[in-house]
Design a protein around this ligand. Structure first.
Ligand code: CP3
Length: 344
């Protein structure tokens, strides 16, 4: 079977499929014992930079869960390491950037991002995984969208209010747009490299964009995200995902993407209406539901499927990543239920 006939790729193009394809954000991660075992041997960054090991982690959930796609094991912040900002993953705290960018002077110190030499290990992982999947399932490549990546570069780590980011955006718009331009251009080359190495579709994660109003999104973010999506070559289906603010959905759709990823804060039918019938949607079960019981998971998965109404163009997923405390059997049960309840 060629990649374009696989259910996930067909759904991303709004073509009919025998059942609703499903994969889960963070399907590879700490909720799986196999992953925790790998992490005893490697730090997170070592794991990302070791293509055979990263390929193994990419494939763990595929074999275990029966999902319809593999997602590359990597991180949205790998692309900022070559800038020389000092990326680390501190135990229990998430990502830390030692030298955050707060203005013109910091921008001047950034090194150029040579995607092929600095991120070649990611392309090697893609090649190993694609070879192992052998056309049975598609590999989803991914990158962070410019706003979400910039927010880490400016804040120096995770943030709740994004005050440094917004201050730069509002008070030094030229510096902001320069930083976004650097990230957008590197991200386009990075995703195109993943596609050339074998990714059948790609997801852009704009995980924290919901901190913005629609007007600020349009002024400070939309042109850069659009530039990433328009630059992709060769072209494959793009899933454009954001969280936190359903008012952004029509604007995200305008920025681009064949499928818009919905979080759980919007009902799927309402979200689909907001982005329009001429794009697909992905989502959007609340990841907390996986902490309940199989009976309740079934009820809530059924609700998501009913809201999609069997229309071509729905990819089942959570509204955000799998929580660490999630029982693997619940995740496996969800995948089976989605396949069974959506069979047509
Ligand atoms: O299975 C998959 O989804 C593929 C792998 C993947 C990871 N990160 C692995 C990871 C993907 C797609 C990402 C994307 C990512 N990384 C995002 C966007 C997705 C989202 O959740 O919104 C963001 C914001 C990041 C940045 C990042 N990386 C954070 C905030 C953290 C720490 C959070 C935490 O859970 O500790 C990471 C680390 C990270 N990335 C882990 C994994 C499996 C945990 C690292 C560990 O093993 O300790």
């Amino acid at each position: 079977m060629s990649a374009s006939d696989l259910p996930l790729v067909r759904a991303a193009r709004r073509q009919p499929t025998p059942y609703t394809p499903v994969w889960l954000m963070r399907q590879a991660g700490r909720y799986m014992a196999e992953y925790r075992e790998m992490r005893r041997r490697y730090s997170f960054l070592e794991l990302c930079k070791n293509p055979p090991a990263a390929a193994e982690v990419t494939l763990q959930p595929v074999d275990r869960l029966g999902v319809d796609g593999a997602i590359l094991f990597a991180d949205i912040l790998l692309i900022v390491e070559p800038l020389g900002v000092g990326l680390e993953f501190a135990k229990g705290e998430g990502p830390v950037i030692a030298k955050p960018v707060r203005g013109e002077a910091d921008l001047g110190r950034l090194a150029p991002i040579d995607v092929d030499s600095a991120l070649g290990f990611v392309f090697e992982t893609v090649r190993i995984v694609t070879r192992a999947l052998d056309g049975r399932l598609p590999l989803i490549g991914f990158a962070g969208a410019p706003f979400t990546v910039a927010s880490y570069v400016v804040e120096g780590g995770p943030s709740r209010d994004f005050v440094h980011t917004k201050r730069l955006m509002y008070q030094q718009p030229e510096a902001w747009h320069r930083l976004m331009g650097v990230l957008a251009s590197a991200t386009g080359r990075y995703l195109s490299g993943q596609i050339r190495a074998g990714a059948s579709l790609v997801q852009l994660f704009d995980s924290w964009v919901g901190a913005l109003s629609p007007a600020d999104y349009r002024a400070f973010v939309l042109p850069h995200t659009r530039a990433v999506i328009e630059s992709l070559s060769p072209r494959v289906p793009v899933i454009h995902f954001g969280t936190g603010n359903p008012a952004l959905l029509p604007h995200m759709r305008e920025a681009g993407g064949d499928v818009i990823g919905l979080d759980w804060r919007v009902d799927l039918d309402v979200g689909w209406q907001a982005v329009g019938a001429d794009v697909g949607v992905q989502g959007n079960l609340d990841p907390s539901v996986l902490l309940t019981s199989p009976a309740y998971i079934r009820q809530r998965a059924k609700d998501v499927l009913e809201r999609a109404g069997g229309r071509p163009g729905h990819i089942f997923n959570l509204g955000h990543g799998v929580f660490q405390q999630t029982p693997v059997e619940h995740v496996k049960a969800l995948v089976d239920m989605v396949h069974e309840m959506s069979a047509r």
